[in-house]
Design a protein around this ligand. Structure first.
Ligand code: ADP
Ligand code: MG
Length: 307
């Protein structure tokens, strides 16, 4: 159920969309593929799904090479394109039957279509033409077609873009559930989405990978200071807080709540706690501030002008 991308470069005419990209996704993971517009996300996904050929490098999916064994890869992969190209004139079931036909599915076709309709929550809308569905329901049809042949790997290009908040929650839940049994690679612009459903995060910028870590590690990734937010029961003098060993600077947030910046990666909380005890202060709260994924993303993908 794994995906292995090795030294992939894709050039469209004069435009280099991917530049020597390598990464690996282990089976049974949900991977978030992040990057600004034009970073190369859709291009990478199309190559993995055998929709376009790479210029150089290789990709294997479940051990099959996308160039040499594309038929095998197509059987293993379900793909939801960015601009989900459904046929508006077709009815939901008719379309799913058409897709099942493309995959040459046999006897259990009807049953499988029913299963997909149920799994993606399409029951109430199943009698409509695709053109009459809302964006959220069209996305569900897209997911249903991507999964109809029970692929081991799902490639979802911005599966939640344009959905309203309720639909967003539903579709995320659905993807999370799918991720329990399959390998899912999804692209998105929404950081909370990655935090909510992804095990691994790959960030691309201008056709190159700039980060590839577990979601947990990337959230902890330093690059800024180690920060602790401390609330005391009484007024504290700035100069006293600044004198705590390891403290680089302090900032008053509000009332008796301070942001305390460490000069190293060491956790400041024990020192702050000791300081409070020594000065007869009560600590009302003491929390490490984690750098948000959004900040990490911004750091890694900001343009040269911003740097
Ligand atoms: P993303 O999905 O991250 O927004 P894309 O993979 O769609 O990025 O695009 C990467 C770069 O390749 C962009 O600069 C885009 O304009 C260019 N590109 C994408 N498809 C084509 C194409 N068919 N022909 C020429 N350039 C393309
Ligand atoms: Mg795209």
């Amino acid at each position: 159920m794994s995906i292995k991308v090795t030294n992939i470069t894709k050039i469209y005419g004069e435009q280099k969309a991917l530049d020597d990209v390598s990464f690996e996704v282990r089976g049974g993971q949900v991977v978030g593929f992040l990057g600004p517009n034009g970073a190369g996300k859709s291009t990478m996904m199309k190559i993995i799904a055998c929709f376009i050929p790479q210029t150089s490098g290789s990709v294997s999916v479940c051990g099959f090479d996308v160039t040499e064994q594309s038929i095998e890869v197509r059987k293993k992969v379900g793909y939801l394109p960015e601009h989900n190209p459904l046929y508006p004139e077709m009815y939901v079931k008719e379309y799913l039957d058409f897709v099942a036909g493309v995959y040459k599915m046999d006897g259990n076709r009807k049953k499988r279509i029913e299963e997909m309709i149920e799994m993606t929550g399409l029951q109430v809308e199943q009698k409509k033409k695709i053109g009459a569905l809302s964006k959220g329901y069209r996305q569900r049809v897209g997911l249903a077609q991507a999964m109809i042949h029970n692929p081991e790997v799902l490639i979802l290009d911005e599966p939640t873009s344009g959905l309203d908040p309720n639909q967003l929650v539903d579709i995320r839940e659905l993807i999370k559930n799918i991720g329990k049994e399959k390998t899912v690679m999804l692209s998105t612009h929404i950081m909370q989405e990655v935090e909510a459903i992804c095990d691994q995060v790959i960030i691309v910028n201008k056709g190159k990978i700039v980060a590839n870590e577990t979601t947990e590690i990337i959230q902890q990734r330093s690059g800024t200071d180690n920060i602790v937010i401390a609330e005391f029961d009484k007024d504290v003098e700035r100069i006293m807080l600044s004198s705590i060993p390891g403290v680089k600077r302090v900032m008053l947030v509000k009332g008796n709540t301070w942001k305390i910046y460490s000069s190293s990666t060491e956790d400041l909380r024990p020192a702050i706690f000791n300081f409070a005890v020594e000065n007869q202060l009560m600590v009302l709260s003491l929390q490490k501030e984690e750098q948000s994924l959004e900040e990490v993303f911004h750091q890694l993908t900001k343009t040269d002008v911003e740097k």
